[in-house]
Structure formats: structure tokens, C-alpha cells
Design a protein around this ligand. Sequence first.
Ligand code: FA5
Length: 345
Amino acid sequence: MEEELINLQTNASSLIISTDDAEELEKIREDFLGKDGSLTDAIKRIGKLPQESRPEIGKLANEIKNTIEDLISHKLKSKKINTGPAKRSKKIDVTMPGQALPLGHLHLITQGIEEITNIFEHIGFTRVRYPEVEWDWYAFTALNFPENHPARDDWETFFVKEEPHPKNGQMVLTPHTSSGQIREMEKGELPIKMLNVAKCYRRQSDVSHVPMFHQFEGLVVGENISITHLKGVLDYFFKSYLGEKRKFRIRPYHFQFTEPSFEIDVSCGVCNGRGCKLCKAGWLELGGAGMVHPNVLKNGGIDTKKYTGFAFGWGVERVLMMKEDLALEDLRILYSNDLRFLEQF
Ligand code: FA5
């Protein structure tokens, strides 16, 4: 019996070593270890051996069984092995449909930014990009915030631990796209029709706020620019982006950098203006707008006797939520990386 077992091992090993084919390896496994395999048969006969030799032969049979099992598994894992596709390639059926690869797509926010940019480019705005890490001068002081004025607190700014710049002050993560206003004016090219779309950062997180979000800022500076131009642009944008049905309203407000200043509200698309968990009273606050404050124009090097301007700054996430077909009840899902949500768009 011992010799028979050793012969079985030798035969199985040489068969395993001499093939690189997965199907053949499975057949060897069946021939030796399967229900009617030769090693299985030998193991069944151990029970008929004299009592005293059974333990030793049983142990040997088990070791051989494990060795054959290990050799086959090892071989199947080896890189040289011919698995299904290689075999199939021999008898390829060119009439079979191809295998479609999974396709990704742009994130919802990127799609939103592209759509918003197209709408504004259509009426002559130029998209610009300014730094994500800014100086206090551009984010606040040049925008008519007196030095160390607490109005900065409304922006819940992240300050960067860096030596302050002698003229520009502390380093901050851009809290709003309005910091691009002065940078645009500094270029000295008039008239201005800028669209600044950028990441903004604030210490906020709830159903309608995320710590990193996107704003798009419009700035128009030229001769005889008035509030009616601002209202015309608002009207055009809402009709293009949200459709004819949605209403908007302008409320007086206060911003340091515009005078007069407004807040723009849009009727809620989730409840159609009736009031719901998201909007509470039927209106969603979209963001600010106003006529550029003369001090800001001066800080940007613009002649206030000749030129006036308007500006608006709105949240990309917020306007996405307002789209009728996108009734998001919690803004944070946009950044949750949940594919069940993201794959829907
Ligand atoms: C501003 O940031 C002004 N710079 C807007 C402005 C520009 C006014 C030009 C006048 C002229 P406010 O802090 O309200 O304003 O933010 C504007 C919009 O950004 C908000 O209405 C909202 O849509 C969006 N927003 C602000 N903070 C967050 C946040 N944490 N998460 C998501 N969206 C936000």
C-alpha cells in the first residue's frame, strides 16, 4: 500500500508539472482526489488493512493528498497558467457582442460649473481663475472691510499659519470669490465682464453648508453700468438655468463691498414655494449682489468718476439644489462619494 501511494504521488506530481492548462489541472484533481479518484480509492481501502499499520499509512495518504492539492493550487495561481480567455481566444466568436467597459463621468459639480460658465459666456462674460490661498487684502481689506473689523467673522475664515505679508496681511483659504474682484481690476483692462468660479472654504457644516464649496462671481465694470443691468443679467441667468417657472426676489441687504447691496432669493423647487424642511418659508437664499462700492473700485485702481459696476456671488451647490430635477435635501451628499447617488447624474 505504501508503494502504491508513493507511485500515485509521483504520477500526480509529474502530470501537474508538465501542464500549464487550468482545465487539465482540474482534471488531474478529479482523477486523483475526486469521488472516484485513484487516491480516494486507495484511502477507502486503508480501513481493510491490519489495525497496527492503519495509522501510519493513513498519515502518509493524508500527506500525499495535501501535497497534490497544494501543487495544483500553486500551479493554478502561477502567472504562466492558461486560463479561460486564452483558451477561448483559440475559438473566438467574432459575432459575440463586445464587453462594455464601465464608464465614469464628470462630477455633478463639474457639470454644474460647465453649464453656468456656458450660460454667462453666451452674454460676453470671460471665465477667470484666481488663487485658492489668498491674502487678507484681497479677501477683505481691499473689499472695504476696515482692518481687523469683526464683519470678517461672517465668513468663518480658515487662517493659514504663515508670517503675515507686510502689505497684504494674513494668509487665508479663499472664503469667497469676491477676492477675485480686486485681482481683476488690477489687470487694468476695461470694461470688465468677469466670471470667477472657484473653490471656497469656511468653517461650516450642516444641511445647507459644506466646509469646501464653490462660488461663481460675476463682476461688470464699465461706463453707465446700473442696477437695471444687474436685474437683466439675473433674469437671463434664472431663465436659462432654472427654467421660466421659477421666481426670484431681491431683498435689501448689507455687504461691505457693495452699495446698495441685495440678497437674491429663488422660489424653492422642492415644495414649489409652499415651505418645506429645506427652505422653511418657500424661498431659498441664493447669494448676494449689489453695485460695487466706490472704495473697492478705488482699491482696484479704477476711476470712480467715469466707471461704475455691479457684482454678484452665488453658491454652485446651492443653485444645483434649486434645479427642479435635483431636489437635494442635504447638500453634504454631493461630497459623500456615495456611488449610488453620484451614478444617477
Ligand atoms: C458672499 O460670499 C459674497 N461674497 C457674495 C457677494 C458677491 C455679494 C458680490 C455681493 C457682491 P455669502 O456669504 O452670502 O456672500 O455667500 C454667497 C453664497 O455662497 C451663499 O448664499 C451660498 O449659496 C453660498 N455659500 C456660502 N457658504 C457656503 C457653504 N459653507 N456651503 C455651501 N454654500 C455656501
